[in-house]
Ligand binder design. Structure first.
Ligand code: NHR
Ligand code: GAR
Length: 213
């Protein structure tokens, strides 16, 4: 059975959706860079090992990443899952987990890499928003796309309402992608995400009507 370590920074609802999906996987640990991350309490209550590597205790990103890698490697996971993890990772760290680290990002990449994605999507007048799961590479939010799901942006949306609509899709999409990986069907090959037996899209795309006035 493949093993998984999940990295969080906050609430941890995506971590929870993965834990509760009942995957054929050994969730070895949940690690947070913030001691107050709400998701830690949930993981502890479920009997999952937890750890905190607080980035504020390290003088630079290199040393934080080294400590984080040491904590991850104690659990020797096959897959590292970033689930609302909010620290940019150094190239050395990313290289160590090449092809076995994935991230969920709340936009339709390559649009809106980085932070404040929902505000930027609304400000840009986008009619469609969504979520992307991708392999992590040295390029921030730029790694090979594994799967996406789309949602409409409604006329009266604010960041909160749009984020909630996207999050509901995140909770469907991320467990599916982790299932693909732990069943040995998903891999990174020659810079592309490949899924044995089918196209690695997994999209639940919507067509969004244009207002007719
Ligand atoms: N690291 C690499 N190298 N590549 C990626 O694709 C990564 C990554 C680290 C995190 C998640 C990402 C997202 O999905 C992720 C992808 C944090 C920031 C950020 O600016 C940007 C993107 C992502 C996560 N973080 C600030 C920083 O200085 C801190 C913000 C905070 O602590 O609240 O690291 O969006
Ligand atoms: C999710 O929407 C996730 O896509 C996003 O933060 C939220 C975390 O929620 N990730 C990023 O913005 C990464 N920079 P969760 O802690 O409840 O899973």
């Amino acid at each position: 059975m493949k093993s998984v370590v999940i990295l969080i920074s906050g609430r941890g609802s995506n971590m929870r959706s993965i834990v509760e999906a009942g995957l054929d996987a050994d969730i070895r640990a949940v690690i947070s860079n913030r001691p107050d991350a709400g998701g830690l309490i949930y993981a502890r209550d479920r009997g999952i090992a937890t750890a905190v590597v607080d980035h504020r205790e390290f003088p630079d990103r290199e040393r934080f990443d080294r400590a984080l890698a040491a904590e991850i490697d104690r659990h020797a996971p096959d897959l590292v899952v970033l689930a609302g993890f909010m620290r940019i990772l150094t190239p050395g760290f990313v290289a160590r987990y090449d092809g076995r680290m994935i991230n969920i990002h709340p936009s339709l990449l390559p649009a809106f890499a980085g932070l404040d994605t929902h505000r930027r999507a609304i400000e840009s007048g986008c009619r469609i928003a969504g979520v992307t799961v991708h392999f992590v590479t040295g390029e921030l939010d730029g790694g090979p796309i594994i799967a996406q799901a789309a949602v409409p942006v409604l006329a009266d949306d604010d960041e909160t309402t749009l984020a909630a609509r996207v999050l509901a899709q995140e909770h469907l999409l991320y467990p599916q992608v982790v299932r693909w990986f732990v069943s040995g069907r998903l891999a990174l090959r020659d810079g592309r995400a490949v899924l044995a037996g089918e196209r690695a899209d997994g999209a639940r795309a919507l067509s969004v009507p244009v207002a007719d006035e």
